[in-house]
Write a protein that binds this ligand. Structure first.
Ligand SMILES: *[C@@H]1O[C@H](CO)[C@@H](O)[C@H](O)[C@H]1NC(C)=O
Ligand SMILES: *[C@@H]1O[C@H](CO)[C@@H](O)[C@H](O)[C@H]1NC(C)=O
Ligand SMILES: *[C@@H]1O[C@H](CO)[C@@H](O)[C@H](O)[C@H]1NC(C)=O
Length: 345
């Protein structure tokens, strides 16, 4: 009898140890190795800075959003695609010893219209070289079929030539997140670069399940941050009853939301599973909020000027190249202090 009791107790202890051990790894290992919230707080500020309307301030890194955790950034290149109202920048962040590449979200005069439009986006393009992988042509082309791709790639090459093979952190908010994703995949697959890291904020879906699975193979550590009821990560829609035909997010989502009642509210960063469509993350709530789309990690992602794509800059002070279609690239050599990058033309 006694022996049995002891055995039971030992078994129980053993089980408890296994359980708590398992719980510990589930809770703690992912939070440090999968998702780095310190890095997220830095990258979200870079993703917000690109909504600055005045290019001179952005290029000189004197914009209102260019301080705080991201002061000291060395801007190398801003690529402005005037034809399609798109923008990206590349530069060097010495404090995290990384190259940072940022894509801007939509600048259309009504974000509501842009969001409504997302409901009807078709999977209408075969992703080159990946059988069965389909993506949305508009998002794909915004990066691949405009001046952004060449501009960003040459900015990266120039910066790495000077600073060595430092990590490349690619980010963007909203549609900027969609372009950032295509860029990250392009750098890995077509340029064979290593050290490519992707973290996006409030991005829409961009391809089908086959595409998501290729994406995961090439960028196993990619992070898609979603916020509370943000509507955009719910679009274009996911239909669980049409698994082959529907859009499908690539992993891994990190869902930031509040739990609690009244004065006891906790901010939770939920590390989701590696399916890309974890039903216990943002998909567990209705995605109806535009407001939650515009705030990430306490940072406002408002465009300063929703209504126009006009370029605000003082041409006399900036070195720039313009192509026949009016698209602009502002650039300077890496390693120069901000002021020496300017020259009277
Ligand atoms: C998280 O990122 C920050 C900033 O890049 C870095 O200093 C820190 O070491 C990272 N933490 C982990 C656990 O990787
Ligand atoms: C760039 O910023 C510096 C201060 O950091 C300022 O002295 C300089 O005039 C600025 N240049 C332009 C062209 O705005
Ligand atoms: C890229 O642009 C060209 C010319 O406008 C067009 O013919 C082609 O179909 C576009 N490619 C994609 C993938 O949309």
């Amino acid at each position: 009898m006694e022996r049995r009791g002891l055995l039971k107790a030992a078994l129980l202890l053993c089980l408890l140890a296994v359980c708590s051990g398992r719980e510990l790894t589930i809770k703690h290992k992912p939070s440090t190795t999968i998702y780095n919230s310190t890095l997220a707080k830095i990258l979200v500020e870079y993703a917000a800075a690109i909504y600055t309307a005045d290019l001179t301030q952005l290029f000189n890194w004197t914009c209102a959003r260019c301080g705080d955790l991201i002061k000291g950034f060395e801007m190398i290149e801003i690529v402005v695609n005037v034809e399609n109202c798109l923008e990206a920048y590349v530069g060097f962040a010495s404090d995290i010893n990384a190259l940072v590449v940022v894509f801007r979200g939509t600048q259309e005069n009504s974000i509501q219209n842009w969001i409504e439009d997302l409901l009807w986006k078709q999977l209408d393009l075969d992703y080159p070289g990946m059988p069965e992988a389909m993506v949305h042509r508009g998002f794909y082309s915004a990066y691949h079929n405009t001046t952004l791709r060449d501009g960003v790639v040459s900015g990266i090459q120039k910066t790495r030539k000077f600073y060595g093979d430092i990590p490349i952190m690619i980010t963007g908010h909203s549609m900027g997140g969609a372009m950032a994703s295509f860029c990250a995949l392009d750098l890995v697959v077509n340029y064979g670069l290593d050290g490519v890291k992707l973290m996006t904020f409030g991005q829409p879906r961009i391809g089908n399940a086959a595409f998501a699975s290729y994406f995961k193979t090439h960028l196993p550590h990619a992070i898609r941050v979603t916020h509370a009821h943000d509507i955009v990560p719910h679009l274009p829609p996911y239909f669980s009853f049409f698994p082959e035909k529907t859009y499908h997010h690539f992993p891994r989502e990190v869902w930031i939301h509040n739990i609690g009642l009244g004065s006891l509210v906790y901010n939770v960063e939920k590390i989701c599973d590696d399916s890309g469509e974890d039903p216990t993350c943002s998909r567990s709530v209705s995605g109806t909020s535009v407001r939650d789309h515009i705030y990430y990690l306490g940072v406002s992602m408002h465009a300063e000027d929703w209504s126009s794509c006009r370029i605000v800059m003082d041409y006399s002070k900036l070195q720039y190249q313009m192509d026949l279609n009016g698209n602009v690239i502002l650039s300077k050599q890496p390693g120069l202090s901000n002021d020496r990058g300017f020259s009277a033309q």
